[in-house]
Design a protein around this ligand. Structure first.
Ligand code: SF4
Ligand code: MG
Length: 333
């Protein structure tokens, strides 16, 4: 079965302007050659520190911004190309839920109207769209008689995020991209919303791309996980394998720096010693070599490659994984 989504070589560099004339003086290499696939019905988790490019990947997938290079194939159709899938159609079949649940809802519209808005924009008669909105509010655990007429400011964070999920489902998408969708919620509310997402995925045969800095949450919800560092994929593989036996030194460091098993102790980011280098001028060779305990001279001169994970293989872009690279193959233990 072909994957629902295939991404090959996504690239997005943001210009930095400077000087009196506002000329482009440099580029932030936010996403720099990212390839992956997502099978129908699976959840692909994307993790990495702030600024690694994971949110940019999400926005590229929805074509909220155009990639500088790369190809996106959705259910066999190339997105945005002649005779392929139009961006408008992509944005029906794929929906996105953001972290900031308040600002993504219209503050002056009762939430039932917000849920009905998308279908109406696609031509559904109002009565039908409002009935659908009631059905969806029920599905996400909000009694429409009680909540449908409320405005966003009258809802809690968890309730707003439920409305956003209902809204995302209103166009019957096949894929939902969740960018830090539960990150702003209290732990107990977060667990409820995660359970809801799992139930909806099963019932509606959805496929998820789940982006978060929270490694524990990503492990819980994901079938496979992709780790990004400075705009590149450094490791990808089945969630259990990646968490139990991480192959890339960066993944090892991320997992080792997780806070203790204290549910109230939450960090904004999973820290690794030292700051990430500037994405305007990423290190040569392996971009992790400035922070990697196993770095050898080779690592600064030659970039390791990831290989093709289309079969679901567990892969890491590290010279230690390649016996022919010339790296001394230091053991990771
Ligand atoms: Fe470390 Fe070298 Fe592997 Fe990069 S390629 S992660 S620097 S050992
Ligand atoms: Mg982000």
């Amino acid at each position: 079965q072909q994957p629902l989504l295939i991404v090959r070589g996504f690239k997005k560099h943001f210009p930095i302007r400077g000087g009196l004339l506002g000329r482009t003086v440099a580029h932030v290499r936010a996403v720099d050659g990212v390839s992956f696939h997502v099978r129908k019905g699976e959840t692909l988790g994307i993790v990495g520190e702030s600024g690694c490019g994971k949110s940019t990947v999400a926005r590229l997938l929805m074509r909220l911004m155009q990639p500088d290079a790369g190809e996106q194939i959705f259910d066999g159709d190339s997105v945005g190309s002649e005779g392929g899938l139009s961006v408008a159609e992509l944005r029906r079949q794929a929906q996105m839920v953001f972290q900031d649940s308040a600002s993504s809802l219209n503050p002056r519209m009762p939430v039932q109207g917000s849920v009905a808005f998308g279908p109406m924009a696609f031509g559904m008669p109002k009565a039908e769209a409002m009935a659908l909105a009631r059905e969806l509010l029920t599905k996400v655990g909000l009694n429409p008689a009680l909540f449908g007429g409320r405005y966003p400011h009258e809802l809690s964070g968890g309730q707003k995020q439920r409305v956003n999920i209902a809204r995302a489902l209103a166009l019957k998408p096949r894929m939902v991209i969740l960018d830090e969708a539960v990150s702003a919620l209290d732990k107990s509310v977060e667990a409820q919303v995660l359970n809801l997402l799992q139930t909806l995925k099963r019932e509606l045969s959805l496929t998820y791309v789940f982006i978060s800095h929270d490694l524990g949450v990503v492990r819980w919800i994901s079938d496979r996980v992709m780790v990004m560092y400075l705009g590149e994929v450094v490791e990808i593989g089945p969630a259990d394998q990646l968490y139990n036996a991480p192959k890339h030194p960066y993944t090892r460091a991320l997992l080792a720096s997780r806070p203790a098993m204290d549910p109230d102790h939450r960090r904004e980011e999973a820290p690794v010693s030292g700051d990430p280098p500037n994405p305007v001028n990423p290190p040569s060779g392996c971009r992790f070599h400035t922070r990697c305990p196993f770095a050898e001279p080779l690592c600064a001169s030659r970039a390791p490659s990831l290989g093709d994970s289309e079969g679901g293989a567990h892969l890491a872009a590290c010279h230690m994984q390649d016996p022919d690279s010339g790296h001394s193959q230091a053991r990771l233990q």
